[in-house]
Write a protein that binds this ligand. Structure first.
Ligand SMILES: C[S@@+](CC[C@H](N)C(=O)[O-])C[C@H]1O[C@@H](n2cnc3c(N)ncnc32)[C@H](O)[C@@H]1O
Length: 276
């Protein structure tokens, strides 16, 4: 693996946070897969594209990029060895997909080696965003497109917030990841970042999808409570309180139970820009 500067993120994504992710990759994909086509469209991924997926996790978006880029390729990079191992396993047999364990902030990407750079929630966690975007930007050819999804400004009345309202009073414990999760949730910050790191024509669009949390409310509550950030917040509660919170969570999720599972409306920001 090349040099790493985001050592704290490397630890959490290799540890307690990444652990649940690699145990339940389909469940995590089910939260955000509705955005995949939008991201690939915004990045202009076509049959001959060579695509870089930053913070690829277990690699669903990388695989979909590769499926479009039939005469090209898709490369996923991630700082977590566990995520990369899971991504490789899930892409076994696909000829034009590869993965690399790397800190995207400092990894020496091939200069102008890609036609498009994409990310689905993998670019919020850098110590130095300008340095990171400039770094993977150098891997993008001039005129190539960057497109990524990030959580936008918080929507306290959104469906996810309503479905999981029982958790909210207990989610105060900051972690290195929760702090960074919303780091690009300001339009001014995103515009400033992209112009400072060598991109032009920045566009920020609010996009919507549906997140599938589970087959039924109990299954969904199990999944939500197992997620690293939720689990670490609930761990500090006494047994009776934890039990009550979980019961209230199941009740909140019941309102979103359909014949196709527990489905909540979700939104994010689709950001796109062009390499100068
Ligand atoms: C929220 S997850 C998203 C994963 C994947 N893109 C998806 O949609 O399933 C964020 C990912 O970014 C990765 N990550 C965080 N910091 C990184 C860095 N500096 N370089 C590369 N990957 C990083 C984490 O290991 C994690 O897999």
């Amino acid at each position: 693996m090349s040099e790493v500067t985001n050592t704290e993120q490397q630890q959490v994504w290799n540890g307690w946070l990444g652990e649940h992710w690699v145990e339940h990759p389909d469940r995590y994909d089910g939260l955000v897969e509705g955005y995949n086509a939008l991201i690939l469209d915004a990045a202009g991924v076509g049959a001959s594209s060579h695509v870089l997926d930053v913070g690829c996790g277990t690699g669903q978006l990388t695989r979909e990029a590769a499926a479009r880029a039939v005469d090209g390729s898709a490369t996923g990079v991630d700082i977590s060895a566990r995520m990369v191992a899971a991504a490789e396993e899930r892409a076994r047999g696909l000829a034009n997909v590869s993965f690399e364990e790397a800190d995207a902030q400092v990894h020496p990407f091939p200069r102008e080696g890609y036609d498009a750079v994409v990310s689905r929630g993998g670019v919020m966690f850098f110590d130095d965003h300008v340095c990171a975007f400039a770094n993977f930007g150098r891997g993008l050819r001039r005129g190539g497109r960057l497109a990524f999804l990030v959580p936008g400004a918080a929507e306290p009345d959104g469906e996810y917030a309503r479905a999981t309202a029982a958790l909210r009073p207990h989610m105060a414990k900051p972690s290195p990841t929760t702090r960074r999760m919303m780091s690009l949730g300001s339009r001014d910050v995103v515009h400033g970042l992209l112009s400072a790191s060598g991109f032009r024509d920045t566009d920020i669009e609010r996009v919507e999808s549906v997140a599938v949390l589970g087959a039924d409310p109990v299954d969904a509550a199990d999944f939500v409570c197992g997620q690293g950030m939720v689990r670490s917040c609930l761990e500090g509660l006494d047994d009776a309180t934890r039990h009550r919170v979980r019961e209230e969570l199941v009740e909140g999720l019941t309102a979103f139970h359909t014949a196709d599972g527990v489905r909540v409306g979700d939104s994010g920001w689709l950001v796109s820009a062009v390499r100068v």
